[in-house]
Design a protein around this ligand. Structure first.
Ligand code: PLP
Length: 387
């Protein structure tokens, strides 16, 4: 079997890049199939908003379509228009819904708006009266207080015999607030509320769970599940081992290795004082590449928390960030790596199969989702298909 992050097919640009991403599309497909299996009798959609969580909507959309996904969720209409070319027969739901001026996207690219308010409903009904029948979905709020009709509004709509025949919802959905914490009582409260809504819209599909909700078990699956982060290998549920395969490796080139003496300081603010003679590797990625400034350790006085900074991975060693991350460059303390094991020109893994995305995110005081969607434009990319 080929190594998932194998670079034998990579371009010269990629092999010389200051910073590079290797994306394993086979792992993306396998993670989606895994979530489809975990969804039991329900169909699994694929959430590909925000450029497929930073991995690239074109390649990820095409891969998941070939893997069998036929329902996709994006956040905004333009994402749906891009995806359409890669998912010709799929149903593409737009989570932000619709507003005046955006309707052409829905009709031109055959997108399904997820309507979330009385205004959006009224606007959609007038749009379909003009353009003719077109599917839509309904978002009902069951406790998140983000988008969605209230439960009362949804139940009234279900009973409304006067609604036009051209108004034909194909899906009713809601979103869980605390599914990453299986012990939260919120999960069951939202489930009970959603059951009432789902029953009122008998005959159309219901959807409640994103990645974390799928792990809560069959009661939470309804007809359609909406995994996102799990497809990309990120952690959905807190405090349990992550069963998903990593899909992305971010690496930065070492530009220079330097020796520094005990007592000297490192990076902006000079707040890291070296306790020993040290060897420092200067890596070609920084916060402009989404390697967030907050991954700098608490030793730099950046934050008041006791969280240590992140680590990179090089030559079989985990090495800590030294001092503040800067815009384009990050300094790692490689004193404990044998001097002959690394050289300028080598790559250090910022996150990937050897340095879990969520460990780096935790060091930054955030979640894998934010790290992924922040990767930025400077990375050279290589997509692997090992299937
Ligand atoms: C982003 C999103 C999802 C996917 O969530 P994950 O936690 O990434 O699986 C599903 N449903 C809605 C409404 C979302 O906004």
């Amino acid at each position: 079997m080929t190594d998932a992050f194998d670079l034998s097919e990579a371009s010269d640009e990629f092999l010389a890049a200051p910073a590079r991403l290797t994306i394993d599309l086979t792992a993306v497909a396998n993670n989606w199939r895994d979530m489809a299996k975990r969804s039991g009798k329900a169909r699994a959609a694929a959430v590909v908003k925000a450029d497929a969580y930073g991995l690239g909507i074109e390649d990820v959309g095409r891969t998941l379509y070939h893997a069998g996904a036929r329902d996709f969720f994006v956040a905004v209409p333009a994402e749906g228009a891009t995806l359409r070319a890669y998912a010709p027969e799929a149903r593409i739901f737009v989570l932000s819904g619709i507003w005046p001026g955006a309707e052409h996207f829905f009709f031109d690219y055959d997108l399904v708006p997820v309507l979330a308010s009385e205004e959006q409903l009224a606007f959609w009904m007038s749009a379909v009266a003009e353009h003719g029948d077109h599917p839509c979905a309904l978002h009902v709020d069951t406790g998140f207080n983000r988008l969605g009709l209230s439960i009362e509004e949804a139940l009234a709509l279900a009973d409304d015999v006067s609604r036009p025949a051209s108004f034909s919802p194909v899906l009713v959905l809601s979103h869980l607030a605390c599914a990453d914490d299986p012990s939260s009582p919120m999960n069951r409260q939202q489930l009970e509320s959603f059951r009432r809504v789902s029953a009122a819209f008998e005959g159309i599909d219901s959807s409640l769970s994103a990645s974390a909700g799928i792990f809560l078990g069959p009661e939470y699956h309804f007809d359609l599940t909406r995994p996102g982060i799990a497809i990309y290998g990120g952690e959905a549920v807190n405090g349990v081992p992550n069963p998903m395969r990593p899909t992305i490796k971010a690496e930065a080139r070492i530009l220079q290795i330097r020796e520094a003496k005990a007592g000297e300081s490192v990076s902006y603010g000079a707040s890291l004082k070296l306790a020993r003679d040290s060897r420092l590797a200067i890596a070609s990625a920084g916060y402009a590449d989404g390697y967030q400034r907050s991954v700098s350790g608490s030793g730099v006085g950046l934050r008041q928390t006791g969280i240590a900074g992140a680590h990179g991975f090089i030559a079989g060693h985990k090495v800590p960030v030294a001092g503040r991350v800067t815009m384009d460059l990050t300094i790692f303390d490689v004193t404990d790596v044998p001097a002959n094991a690394i050289a300028a020109g080598d790559y250090i893994e910022l996150f990937g199969p050897n340095m879990p995305l969520d460990d780096v995110a935790r060091a930054a005081g955030t979640i894998g989702y934010e790290l992924l969607t922040s990767v930025g434009l400077r990375y050279e990319r290589h997509y692997n298909e090992t299937e």
